[in-house]
Write a protein that binds this ligand. Structure first.
Ligand code: OSB
Ligand code: MG
Length: 366
């Protein structure tokens, strides 16, 4: 297929409420959206980079620069054999996986639409609803957290992830556990600890958590291995896994036993599929994470999470958990704790062009 046109834009979309983690705080998402055209079809992608480098070194602005200067030039007019080789013209571009993923995923959508096939089917999924959980940001106090969790459980979410940081961890989780003894519960530290906190981290073992996500440094696989050897609770890696190569090393070291897979973090769906197959073959736990995506990015997560090997509910929540109004129709909704991919071609949801236009703050057409 020949890529006939590309349009990159930045939109600003305020979250319903601020989302706070140990390393940062989100209030308004500055999201890059990509629209690609080919053979009379259209595909959409979303860049998950955040406003500041508190989760990953990439940001909305670095992704914009890499896309405009290095990834998009040379793409329009190019004949491609499939989404996995969309960057054949730029094999020398290193890292910057969130920027790459935005293009790669837009081309997956385009490809699926040109085949008149849903993306989940193209990836090999069943189209069934995927079990989902919710990730709860740091709250002002423990009562607010317990109350908030109760509301999400009423909505049907099947697993609760709580953000933790030093001083807001063991005691706080004890309160949650006391209020909900049977709850499938886990904690995400976003790299807030070091091995100097070993005793505190070991105290988490008593809380019957499904897993502890990314307790240590965002690149520190060695200390994660040392920690995993001391803990009963499985460690789940998020920030540390930027590629299948990272995962192979983590597995070799036994740095963790579960992977939070975010397609944006690893450069797109092709690398996500490699990681999914590896986890399946090696018996590692796997689930699909989130980056507070709009309904466009969410569609890719829903399609991915339906593949074999996904062992836990994902951080894939309904549109209304994040936005007053999403930028796709229909919005993503929960059905008995699951979210189902739509049967239509590609990502199965339609971007709301009028609204996206209103939210646009800059655009670029290579
Ligand atoms: O660590 O998984 C994380 C959001 C932004 C950055 C990092 C993380 C998160 C989440 C939210 O936990 C997941 C979601 O609901 O999209
Ligand atoms: Mg995480």
């Amino acid at each position: 297929m020949k890529i006939d046109a590309i349009e990159l834009r930045e939109i600003h979309l305020p979250l319903i409420e601020p989302f706070e983690i140990s390393s940062g705080r989100w209030e308004v998402r500055r999201v890059l959206l990509l629209r690609v055209e080919g053979e009379g079809f259209e595909g959409w992608g979303e860049c998950v980079a955040a406003e500041d480098p508190s989760y990953s070194p990439e940001t909305t602005d670095t992704a914009w620069a890499i896309l405009v200067r290095h990834l998009l030039p040379g793409l329009v007019g190019r004949e491609i054999m499939g989404p996995e080789e969309v960057f054949r013209h730029a094999p020398w571009v290193r890292g910057n996986r969130m920027a790459r993923a935005a293009v790669e995923m837009a081309v997956w959508d385009l490809w699926a639409r040109s085949l008149d096939m849903p993306l989940w089917e193209l990836l090999g999924g069943s189209g069934e609803g995927v079990p989902v959980g919710v990730s709860v940001g740091l709250q002002d106090d423990d009562d607010a957290l317990v109350e908030r969790i109760g509301r999400y459980l009423e909505e049907g979410y099947r697993r609760i992830k709580v953000k933790i940081k030093p001083g807001r961890d063991v005691e706080m989780l004890r309160q949650v556990r006391a209020a909900y003894p049977e709850l499938p519960l886990m904690a995400d530290a976003n790299s807030a600890y070091s091995l100097a906190d070993l005793e505190r981290l070991k105290a988490l073992d008593e809380l019957d958590l499904l897993m502890i996500e990314q307790p240590l440094g965002h690149e520190d696989l060695l200390d994660h291995a040392r920690l995993q050897a001391e803990l009963e609770t499985p460690i789940c890696l998020d920030e540390s896994i930027r590629s299948l190569d990272d995962l192979r090393l983590a597995h070799h070291l036994d740095s963790g036993r579960i992977v939070n897979l975010k397609p944006g973090r690893v450069g797109g769906l092709a690398e996500s599929l490699r990681i999914q197959r590896y986890c399946l073959a090696e018996g590692l736990g796997l689930w699909c994470g989130g980056m507070l995506e709009t309904g466009i990015g969410r569609a890719f997560n829903v399609a991915l999470a339906g593949l074999p090997g996904f062992t836990h509910p994902g951080d894939i929540s309904a549109s209304r958990r994040y936005w007053e109004r999403d930028i796709v129709t229909p919005e993503w909704t929960l059905d008995e704790g699951t979210i189902a991919p739509h049967p239509g071609p590609g990502i199965g949801v339609e971007p709301d062009r009028v609204r996206i236009e209103e939210l646009t703050v800059r655009r670029h057409t290579p």
